[in-house]
Design a protein around this ligand. Structure first.
Ligand code: ADP
Ligand code: MG
Length: 323
């Protein structure tokens, strides 16, 4: 570890908060954590590589935010309470201002969710950020992909497709990812891509209500497809119910907005299934969290996701070429 690396670690370590269940945090060879009795640990890791998972020109604040957000989203989809995380940084240079701005974004989200950074690794190399996040759930209560049952409703939170519309606009040179837009709708789309909101409170609220859940990171068709595959069921979507934002519609029109909602990635909403008897309870959750929850289809016997119209075709963000 070089002196430069050490001072970067110091800058990050200075930002971490205390948590009673962290027996030993940053500074030793490893951290010591005290999980709560009767709880299961929920562990996930996600890496963001510059130029692959975000445009290279993305501001450091947004990179810090998104690095943690994508991991919190995985904890949310499991119904976990976030607890701890570790951060592996590969940085092309020792730029303290960049690290401070990155930390501003990272810790804004971390502090809001009471997740604390308890260690990591700092190396020199192409810009790459990797987080391992840990959360806790009461034993046996986690939301999983394999619990969907025939007859369940299929629900999704928020709106879908915004991040894909924003990415497409950036690729087309009509959206600046580096700065706030004057147009409120464009700014809404930009923030959906740059600073996604992990649905942690929703995931917690769905424990005991939902049969299965997944976060929508690769597109609704692909991610709901994971629930179907793991649960041994099929899903039928009602395309007219897909929640698309006014901003996306204004930007690309209804048809393309719907296409983005089906296939676009990076939204980090939750898609879940629940018995029809839970409708009132789920609507109450939507009210309490001030987060729209929309019933978009049903779980049926069979395989795969159908949309009632033409066949879905290629699924997921990799194939996202329309718009
Ligand atoms: P070691 O060589 O024993 O792995 P390091 O020099 O890599 O030690 O790290 C020293 C301490 O700083 C460790 O507690 C480690 O977890 C922490 N650390 C290193 N990089 C980061 C980082 N990017 N974020 C948070 N903690 C870090
Ligand atoms: Mg190390």
């Amino acid at each position: 570890m070089s002196l430069a690396e050490f001072s970067l670690i110091e800058r990050i370590a200075a930002r971490t908060r205390a948590r009673a269940d962290v027996v030993l945090g940053i500074g030793d060879d490893a951290a010591l954590l005290q999980p709560r009795a009767g709880e299961q640990l929920v562990v996930t890791a996600d890496t963001l590589n510059s130029g692959v998972h975000f445009p290279a020109e993305t501001p450091a604040y947004d990179i810090g935010w998104k690095t943690l957000a994508v991991n919190l989203s995985d904890l949310a989809s499991m119904g976990a309470r976030p607890s701890w995380c570790v951060l592996a940084l590969s940085l092309p240079g020792a730029d303290p201002a960049w690290v401070d701005a990155f930390a501003d974004g990272f810790f804004a989200l971390a502090d809001a969710h009471d997740i604390v950074l308890i260690g990591g690794d700092t190396t020199r190399g192409p810009l790459s950020l990797s987080v391992t996040a840990m959360g806790q759930v009461a034993a046996g209560t986690a939301l999983r992909r394999d619990g969907a049952q025939v007859g369940d409703d299929v629900w999704v939170s928020g709106t879908l497709g915004d991040a894909a519309v924003a990415l497409r606009a950036w690729q087309g040179g009509t959206l600046d990812i580096r700065a706030a837009a004057d147009d409120a709708q464009v700014e809404t789309l930009r923030l959906r891509l740059a600073r996604p909101t992990p649905r942690v409170a929703l995931g917690r609220a769905l424990v005991g209500l939902a049969h299965a859940a997944v976060d929508v990171s690769d597109g609704l068709l692909a991610d709901l497809g994971h629930i179907c595959e793991r649960s041994g069921v099929a899903a039928r979507l009602d395309l007219d119910r897909l929640p698309v934002s006014a901003a996306a519609r204004a930007r690309v029109g209804q048809t393309h907005a719907r296409e983005a909602a089906l296939r676009g990635g990076d939204d980090y909403e939750l898609c879940f299934t629940a018995a029809a008897t839970q409708r009132a309870a789920i609507e109450a959750v939507a009210l309490r969290l001030a987060l729209p929850l929309t019933r978009i289809g049903e779980v049926v016997a069979g395989q795969g996701v159908t949309t009632g119209s033409d066949t879905p075709g290629p699924q997921g963000y990799e194939h996202f070429t329309e718009l």
